[in-house]
Write a protein that binds this ligand. Structure first.
Ligand code: DGL
Length: 262
């Protein structure tokens, strides 16, 4: 089983980490499209074009059997087009965990942190419409422009990053939000800061494990045996903080440069 995984940068490695502990006997190819990060502040047409270029590259270069869009923003902008263009490819996307958040919250007050592009996308609205209304829920949606750049620069504990997060989270804390959806795969990297700011017990909802399980189930439907070791290859289209890669994966994995779509 050859699997292509991509995101705009480090964030998708949170999904890779879950996949490494779930999917056995596979080749994983990860592209961090750092040349075009942050996706969340680009137009839908731009994000779609990056996603199509990367998918084409994975298919031509690595003959992938499965694609994981390890990015909420790219899923929102591109997943439907990708599914139409590649009907035989297993395609797994990433969506903010609204459903598990609603099932977990006790106060009924749920915060959603995501990129500007994800929150203004139709897909997000459809997700909210499908799940909110099942019980009395107040959603506190917050776009976090600039946060992905801080994370890409390895500034996950910086005072500047804390100030940004405080501005967005203080109103949620005062309102009694007890569950926060990390609607961007980069945000688990600042979960320590989020927990510190929110003070009281907090449920943080991320989606890496759910994506890995879904990928395994679809792979097994196609006869994947799930035995043996999984190999990881990491590529970046631009600059990447290699120290953060080591921290995320837990060991040193070489990062190669790649040119996609030109
Ligand atoms: N990690 C991505 C997401 O899940 C994209 C972040 C960005 O590049 O803005 O939305």
């Amino acid at each position: 089983m050859k699997v292509g995984v991509f995101d705009s940068g480090l964030g998708g490695l949170t999904v890779v980490k879950s996949t490494l502990s779930t999917l056995k006997g596979a080749e994983l190819y990860y592209i961090a499209d750092t040349k075009h990060a942050p996706y969340g502040e680009k137009t839908k047409a731009q994000i779609l074009s990056y996603s199509l270029d990367i998918t084409r590259y994975f298919i031509e270069k690595h003959q992938i059997d499965a694609l994981v869009v390890a990015c909420n923003t790219a899923t929102s902008a591109a997943i439907e087009t990708l599914r139409k263009a590649y009907p035989d490819l297993i395609i797994v996307g990433t969506e903010p965990g609204i459903k598990p958040a609603i099932e977990t919250t006790r106060s009924g007050k749920v915060g959603v942190l995501a990129t500007p592009a994800t929150l203004r996308g139709e897909k997000y609205q459809q997700l909210v419409d499908a799940h909110v209304g099942k019980r009395e829920i107040s959603l506190y949606e917050q776009a976090c422009p600039g946060l992905v750049e801080q994370i890409e620069q390895g500034k996950t504990e910086d005072p500047e990053t804390e100030t940004m997060l405080r501005r967005w989270l203080e109103p949620m804390r005062k309102e009694g939000v007890d569950t926060i959806v990390l609607g961007c795969t980069h945000y688990p990297l600042v979960s320590n800061l989020i927990e510190k700011i929110m003070v009281h017990r907090l449920n943080l909802i991320h989606t890496g494990d759910a994506i890995a399980k879904r990928l395994l189930a679809l792979a097994q439907e196609k006869g994947h045996q799930n035995e043996g070791t999984t190999k990881l290859h990491i590529y970046a289209t631009g600059v990447i903080e290699e120290k953060s890669v080591v921290n995320l994966i837990g060991r040193k994995v070489p990062v190669s440069s790649v040119c996609v779509g030109e």
